[in-house]
Design a protein around this ligand. Structure first.
Ligand code: GRF
Length: 215
């Protein structure tokens, strides 16, 4: 099977990028990373990419920059590598149609809450502040809203007494690192069925994969 080309967008540490790269190395994800792009020149994720010889691009997001111009510049960098899928793995900028439209239906994002609960910048802190007992992570397709696109898969994580944002996020990230490569593998293998009627939910541990996937 030809490997699908991925462009991975990052803003920070890049532990999800590392998990994706590891899954690819271990044959659990039938893809290759053709680009790592970031809005943040200091993102540790870029160092990891460079150390692996993965092409990198930086499109800085400066204060006062026009969001549409930023999105268009990012789209140009990504399009130059002709990826099959764009993976937002800790990408902290909201993009406009200038980015979403050219890759519509081929952009996935990982978010640290059980969407549609707690979208936005601080999904972990907001869940903690709300006092929920269960939170988790969601992989979804990106549309023009904030964390509002069709949900592809979720994994649940308990909130434990004494949790801080850091301890809870660390627990969520363990599940993120399993879920993201698995969903990307399903997508690149063409298992996504689009908006078919929901008939059943496949459970694996406490990770739920949307029935939008063929089994
Ligand atoms: C993850 O928790 C992801 O859900 C969120 O940003 C974080 C990125 O973490 N969108 P990392 O940079 O992959 O470690």
């Amino acid at each position: 099977m030809t490997k699908a080309k991925l462009a991975v967008l990052v803003s920070g540490r890049g532990t999800n990028l590392v998990a994706l790269a590891r899954a690819i190395d271990e044959g659990r994800c039938a893809a290759e990373i053709v680009l790592v792009a970031s809005d943040n020149p200091g993102a540790p994720a870029l160092e990891f990419a460079a150390s692996r010889g993965i092409p990198c691009a930086v499109v800085p997001f400066r204060k006062g920059v026009d969001r549409a111009e930023f999105s268009a510049a990012l789209a140009r960098e990504v399009a130059a590598r002709a990826p099959d899928w764009v993976v937002m793995a800790g990408f902290m900028r909201v993009v406009t149609p200038e980015f979403v439209t050219p890759f519509e239906g081929r952009i996935v994002n990982i978010h640290p809450s059980l969407l549609p609960a707690f979208p936005g910048k601080d999904g972990v802190g907001d869940a903690l502040a709300a006092g929920v007992r269960i939170t988790g992570c969601t992989v979804h397709l990106v549309d023009l809203g904030v964390d509002s696109g069709p949900i592809l898969a979720q994994a649940a994580v308990p909130v434990l007494p004494g949790d801080t944002r850091e301890t809870l996020h660390a627990r969520i990230q363990i599940r993120e690192h399993e879920l993201l490569p698995r969903v990307v593998d399903d997508l690149v293998r063409g298992r996504y069925r689009g908006a078919t009627p929901i008939a059943d939910v496949e459970g694996e541990g406490d990770a739920l994969v949307s029935p939008r996937f063929a089994t």
